[in-house]
Design a protein around this ligand. Structure first.
Ligand code: PGA
Length: 249
């Protein structure tokens, strides 16, 4: 059985003071031995703070992006080895906001995934269609192209260590959520794509849903057979909401 993963994506939010308060509430509210993997993905400048605060707890640390380069003259970029130095276990790669605002394409995203895997961290690869693509019946085609660009560069060892986040772009930060069945259909389709490369890995890969997941819709979404957790934006900034999602059945 796959464990479920609940990952908070703080995006460009927070401060030393608010992070300290949020993390201490999350840590205090966590079950001693949670049945789910729990991660918070913080902005780069706060990784040190979060790594210190989360050390020895059941909550893991993640980053929200990584450079495609290993090191060198890339002003403003942050390498995978730097993230590893600050105890990041996870890195979000190819979030739709990076694809839209930083022109990240599938080939770049695939190389970033490799960087993360090479440092023994877990990439959370985001895929998802835009509203007009869903309305014109292109959802499967779009997510298959995004996923397969990455699957094509991975070895079978890499493959089982991938996490995929299905995030329909029209559901991110909008309060609109895919219905559990809509999300399940895409998750099952994504798992079939992985199975075409390796049926063993397809059973292991966690495929999480993102896009306005909240305490009041988490139960239904997480009950679907191919939804193995959530990538949570807005609701991850309120400890009470994040903890409620972690506790959802
Ligand atoms: P949201 O964001 O939960 O605020 O919709 C999810 C995400 O973008 O990862």
């Amino acid at each position: 059985m796959r464990r479920t993963l609940i990952a908070g994506n703080w995006k460009m939010n927070g401060s030393l003071a608010t992070n300290a308060a949020l993390l201490s509430e999350i840590i205090a509210g966590m079950p001693v031995a949670p049945s789910r993997d729990v991660v918070v993905c913080a902005p780069f400048p706060y990784l040190a703070q979060c790594a210190d605060t989360l050390a020895g707890t059941v909550v893991s640390l993640g980053a929200q992006d990584v450079s495609v380069h290993a090191q060198g003259a890339f002003t403003g970029d942050v390498s995978a080895s730097m993230l590893s130095d600050f105890s990041c276990g996870y890195v979000i790669v190819g979030h739709s906001e990076r694809r839209a605002y930083h022109a990240e394409d599938d080939a770049l995203v695939a190389q970033k995934v490799l960087r993360v895997l090479d440092l023994n961290m877990t990439p959370i690869l985001c895929v998802g269609e835009m509203l007009e693509q869903r309305e014109s019946g292109q959802t499967n085609e779009v997510v298959a192209a995004q996923l397969n660009a990455v699957l094509d560069v991975l070895t079978s060892d890499h493959l089982s260590r991938l996490v995929v986040a299905y995030e329909p772009v029209w559901a991110i930060g909008t309060g609109k959520t895919a219905t559990p069945q809509m999300a399940q259909d895409v998750h099952a389709f994504l798992r079939q794509q992985i199975a075409a490369k390796s049926s063993d890995s397809a059973e292991l890969v966690q495929i999480v849903y993102g896009g306005s997941m909240k305490p009041d819709n988490a139960n239904e979404l997480l009950q679907m057979p191919d939804i193995d957790g959530g990538l949570i934006g807005g609701a991850a900034l309120k400890a009470v909401d994040f903890l409620a999602i972690i506790a959802a059945v």
